[in-house]
Design a protein around this ligand. Structure first.
Ligand SMILES: C[S@@+](CC[C@H](N)C(=O)[O-])C[C@H]1O[C@@H](n2cnc3c(N)ncnc32)[C@H](O)[C@@H]1O
Length: 281
């Protein structure tokens, strides 16, 4: 499987990453150690920092947009004003897990599975699920991000795959799905620390996550496959995420861990958020 992403180094509160032949230096608060490979950093194509606002240095050297294959999914990248690119590469191992678990579960159950991706951003996980033959529902409050994800679907020749593209607030959508009786076999949710729904609805993880999980539980089929919960919010450790899932699932298996940015074996892994999943085993 092709992968054109790698972490090159980290340290001094920054990370150095390669996205195909574009090398970017961006802030990373948890990289509190010293860089291991000082000679690599001057090769950065562009740099982003948040000193005195949001600033790119060398943005003119970047293509307006470029495509990168990351763990089998082609993603369109573009440097945004906030330093984001249209992908969070720490989620790429989870895309692989989603793809292989859905393939196995589909075979086991002998039917098409329904996958729901909440806070779905540019769609890496949706497309990995579609590659496994799942019928997907991709939801984000931002129309711009849903359009971006649809472009990514085209890049992966998945424009005709069974994917529902939805611009909505997560809680409003889930409440409607409960009323409509729509159910899903597998659900991924990546709640932000703070977000806004389609009509400006406030989402604060500490206040909104329990309601979200309660609704997620209600839209699971009678014989679901998994729920995967990820978070970048400080304090939402792997065990906290596991405890949250445990409240709804007495049986089955819960596993958890850290999401990592990684590169060659000599490069130190850089933790960037946490995950926990419940599997109905
Ligand atoms: C950190 S990103 C998620 C990253 C994504 N899961 C991935 O791995 O690529 C958070 C996303 O949640 C969306 N969002 C924030 N609040 C929301 C809400 N109330 N309802 C729906 N989407 C929301 C934002 O538009 C944004 O795209």
């Amino acid at each position: 499987m092709k992968n054109e992403y790698e972490l090159l180094d980290s340290g001094d509160g920054k990370k150095l990453e390669r996205f195909d032949d574009v090398v970017l230096e961006r802030p990373c608060a948890q990289a509190v150690w010293a860089p291991q490979n000082a000679n690599l950093w001057p090769s950065a194509t562009a740099r982003f920092d948040r000193v005195g606002g949001h600033n790119w240095e060398g943005r003119e050297r970047l293509p307006r947009a470029w495509n990168v294959e990351i763990n089998g999914v082609i993603m369109k990248l573009s440097a945004t004003d906030f330093g984001h690119l249209g992908v969070f590469p720490e989620t790429r191992q989870l895309w692989e897990w989603i793809r292989s678990t859905l393939r196995t579960e589909k075979e086991k159950k002998g039917r098409e599975l329904k996958f729901l991706n909440l806070f779905a951003y540019s769609g890496g996980a949706t497309l990995a699920a579609a590659q496994a033959g799942a019928a997907c529902c991709h939801l984000d409050a931002s129309k711009g991000m849903v359009d971006w994800a649809r472009e990514n679907a085209k890049l992966n020749h998945l424009q005709d795959a069974p994917i529902r593209w939805i611009v909505d607030d997560v809680i409003k959508f889930l409440s409607r799905e409960v009323k409509r009786g729509n159910k899903y076999d597998a659900i991924l949710l990546d709640p932000p620390s703070f977000g806004r729904g389609k009509k400006g609805e406030l989402y604060k993880i500490e206040e909104s996550l329990m309601t979200t999980l309660d609704l997620v539980h209600q839209v699971l089929t009678d014989d679901p496959s998994f729920v995967l919960l990820t978070s970048h919010t400080p304090g939402f450790s792997p065990i906290v995420l596991s405890n949250l899932l445990r409240q709804y699932h007495a049986g089955g298996v819960i596993e958890c861990g850290e999401m990592l940015l990684s590169g060659s074996t000599q490069v130190m892994n850089l933790p960037n958020g946490n995950w926990a999943h419940w599997i109905n085993r």
